[in-house]
Design a protein around this ligand. Structure first.
Ligand SMILES: *Cc1c(COP(=O)(O)O)cnc(C)c1O
Ligand code: SF4
Length: 337
């Protein structure tokens, strides 16, 4: 049952979502940045729009164009320069769809793109050029997606992804979960979401109730790249999820001049663990068009990982992986020297 209190907190996060900054000019003014950045930002935003909730922008430093949180969302002219090897669909996702909105590449688990909406537009996103409209992502495809999941008894885990699946209202989410719970071979529900980090208001009583009461074992994989993303409000939201019995993991992307040094990543692991989250994956950048300036060389990634492993207990060092089309799992990237 959705209580009046849960409904009112739902209104809060929806308002925050709607008030997100979408105009590059406003972002620059808000952070007292050089107006010379504007033409480039506007041009790049026409290709992939700007979107950043205000509470996330408030965690950025004033007047610093190199702020690691800002770099993740500020559209730059350099995105428009084509780079060989950086393409629209680097993971071949369109070809991997087994039903509308379902990606089934790995044994035992399938990924359901529940919605195409995101609260934040990350400039390095591998789905930035993904034609969601053509891929028919959304609630209208759920019956076909559920029928596919029901038809394959080898599946024991469903991964809700997107976009950001927590962009769905609690009402929509419980409808979807109801359908998933009726599939007897499913045991685990995994949610890949950046919202607990970007808009912690989303972790409301209604959502906590849904996750605490589902028959499926809930795992939530959040996405934070830098320790400053995790402030007190985020920590509280994550702790409430942990108390509701949700297993919490984090995935990050290794990004040039955002988190490509061992000190930043060690601090990130510490901040995550303090909020009851274990590091899971550190992804090498997928070569998506417009993101080449975030790439980190593999040799540099190894060096960072080696330092990280010397500084942290094993369980706080994420696994460095890359996704290769056609492989049966994420590929562990290891040094051969
Ligand atoms: C990454 C991914 C998964 C999950 O892989 P894990 O190694 O289990 O985290 C599942 N399906 C698809 C299509 C993926 O891209
Ligand atoms: S939240 Fe995730 S899916 Fe959405 S834009 Fe960022 S990286 Fe892409």
């Amino acid at each position: 049952m959705i209580t009046a209190k849960a409904l009112s907190s739902q209104a809060d996060w929806r308002q925050e979502w709607a008030r997100a900054i979408r105009d590059p000019n406003e972002l620059l003014r808000e952070l007292a940045l050089d107006p010379a950045l504007l033409p480039g930002a506007q041009a790049a935003a026409r290709r992939f729009s700007l979107r950043a909730p205000r509470s996330f922008v408030a965690r950025m430093r004033q007047g610093d164009p190199d702020d690691p949180l800002l770099r993740q969302i500020l559209p730059l002219a350099i995105e428009l320069e084509p780079t060989p090897g950086f393409v629209a669909d680097p993971l071949g996702e369109q070809a991997a769809q087994t039903a509308p909105g379902v990606l089934h590449k790995y044994h035992g688990r399938a990924l359901l793109m529940a919605t195409s909406a995101c609260a934040l537009h990350c400039r390095y996103c591998f789905r930035r050029a993904f034609p969601y409209a053509q891929a028919q992502i959304g609630a209208r495809q759920w019956p076909q997606a559920l029928a596919y999941l029901a038809s394959d008894p080898s599946l024991c885990e469903v991964i809700l992804s997107g976009g950001d699946p927590l962009a769905l209202s609690n009402q929509r989410l419980s409808e979807l979960l109801g359908g998933l719970e009726r599939i007897p071979h499913l045991k685990r529900l995994r949610i890949h979401s950046r919202l607990p980090i970007i808009l912690p208001e989303r972790i409301d009583d209604g959502l906590l109730g849904i996750l605490a009461h589902t028959r499926l074992r809930p795992v939530l994989v959040v996405h934070a790249n830098h320790p400053r993303e995790i402030d007190g409000t985020v920590r509280q939201a994550l702790e409430r999820l942990a108390l509701a019995g949700v297993t919490l993991l984090n995935q990050s992307v290794l990004l040039h001049r955002v988190n490509d040094d061992a000190t930043t990543l060690a601090e990130l692991s510490e901040a995550l663990f303090a909020a009851r989250v274990l590091p899971y994956y550190l992804h090498l950048l997928d070569p998506v068009q417009g993101a080449a300036h975030f790439a980190v060389k593999e040799s540099a990634a190894f060096a960072i990982m080696n330092t990280l492993r010397q500084r942290l207990p094993g369980y706080l060092a994420p696994r460095l992986v890359r996704e290769q089309p056609g492989q049966l799992a994420k590929t562990l990237v290891e040094s051969h020297c």
